[in-house]
Design a protein around this ligand. Sequence first.
Ligand SMILES: Nc1ncnc2c1ncn2[C@@H]1O[C@H](COP(=O)(O)OP(=O)(O)OP(=O)(O)O)[C@@H](O)[C@H]1O
Ligand SMILES: [Mg+2]
Length: 253
Amino acid sequence: MQSLANLTSSLNLKSVPKQALEQAKKVDLTKFEADNTHKLNELYLHDKQRAMYKGSVFNEQGVLDQHFKDFRAETAEQKNNLLKARKITKRIIDGEKFKAVFTGSAGSGKTMLSVCVMNYVYENTNMSCLFVSVPKLMDWERVRAGGSDERRAINLEKRIQNADLVVWDDLASETALKHPDKDTKIAQASEHTQKVLFYLADSRKGKNDVFTTNNTSKELMQIYNHKLISRMLTEKPENIIQFSGKDQRMLQN
Ligand SMILES: Nc1ncnc2c1ncn2[C@@H]1O[C@H](COP(=O)(O)OP(=O)(O)OP(=O)(O)O)[C@@H](O)[C@H]1O
Ligand SMILES: [Mg+2]
């Protein structure tokens, strides 16, 4: 499998025209906004939004409140990533089924952009969407394996199996937290983690998933076995967004 780094270098970010932001805006999502068959009435949307918030599993309050309009596109990379994310959104709304991977350094906007995609799809179609923090999912599964709170994990699994679009946030950090600047040893995920993820990933054949991760595909292949990787990862450059920008979280703190 080609590494994500190779794939993204072949995209030649430097050659992205200065007008990338303009191009991003031109990815014609507006027709979905104008189309009444997709547009949801506000009352329904409000209920739907609450259902998605209730069903999702996340660490940080406010993480689901992010939209494309909030994403600052100042650098060439941000402009290019916004463009790619809007194209991915359009393809999902058009009914294409695929896996996407947002990969790269901490605080660079992976979670934010994945939420922007999810919210756009959610607010403009009848598709059901779910945001799942993978470390949190695995916490719940461990508690379940220990014999308590079985229902909570089982219900989450059902929601994952049924959703049209799932954002799997922070894949692999349930196993190893990696400092982006240090060559930390990568450990293989436990058998239990791999079993749970395999069972869930296998149940999502033919559905849309977006994975965010700090790890490269080479590292992910050290962490998970190939059968699991092949159900989650993609080799298609248009489905991969690489983030190498500054830590925006540290700029805010
Ligand atoms: N382009 C952007 N415009 C506005 N805010 C941004 C942008 N990129 C990141 N942020 C903000 O910076 C913070 C960190 O971004 P985010 O959580 O998406 O990073 P991440 O790449 O998922 O990091 P990690 O690998 O640690 O999970 C968030 O508060 C997010 O809203
Ligand atoms: Mg994140």
